[in-house]
Design a protein around this ligand. Structure first.
Ligand SMILES: [Zn+2]
Length: 143
């Protein structure tokens, strides 16, 4: 049995779908295979992050994608003094004023800008990465 045999089982293990003997077999392999142990740690982290997102149960605000794209359009051209991070924070302040907060069970409120901020942070990374590795690979704008 090589590593690929165990790699297939790591996902099943994280899902709790392995039998007792299979778990023992996998754990025995993990005890001397740092590669598979690292794979398990990574799969576990991803699953944990996804589960955390799943528990939020928050629908994106109306026109969320359009707003993200609007923010992306605000990114200055090379040489412009306005950094992307400043544009994002201005937009979040604006949206905070306009949208307020999302009511949560128990009478608490979650500021909409926090929800959007998480999305924007993700979008900014993706968009920034694409831009920097596309048209202007030498210039890095700190966020
Ligand atoms: Zn292995």
């Amino acid at each position: 049995m090589d590593c690929s045999y165990f790699r297939e089982r790591i996902n099943l293990y994280v899902d709790g779908e392995l039998g007792y003997l299979e778990v023992a077999e996998l754990q025995q392999h993990l005890s001397f295979c740092p590669d598979c142990a690292a794979e398990l740690a990574q799969v576990g982290e991803v699953r944990g992050a996804l589960a955390a997102w799943g528990r939020l149960e928050l629908a994106p605000p109306p026109a969320f994608a359009e707003r993200v794209m609007a923010v992306a359009e605000l990114e200055p051209l090379p040489g412009s003094p306005r950094p992307f991070g400043r544009a994002v924070s201005d937009t979040l302040e604006y949206l905070d004023e306009k949208l307020g907060s999302i009511p949560l069970p128990g009478g608490r409120h979650l500021p909409v800008k926090n929800v959007i901020g998480w999305g924007l942070a993700t979008a900014a990374v993706v968009i920034g990465f694409e831009r920097r590795h596309g048209r202007r690979s030498r210039e890095l704008t700190p966020l």
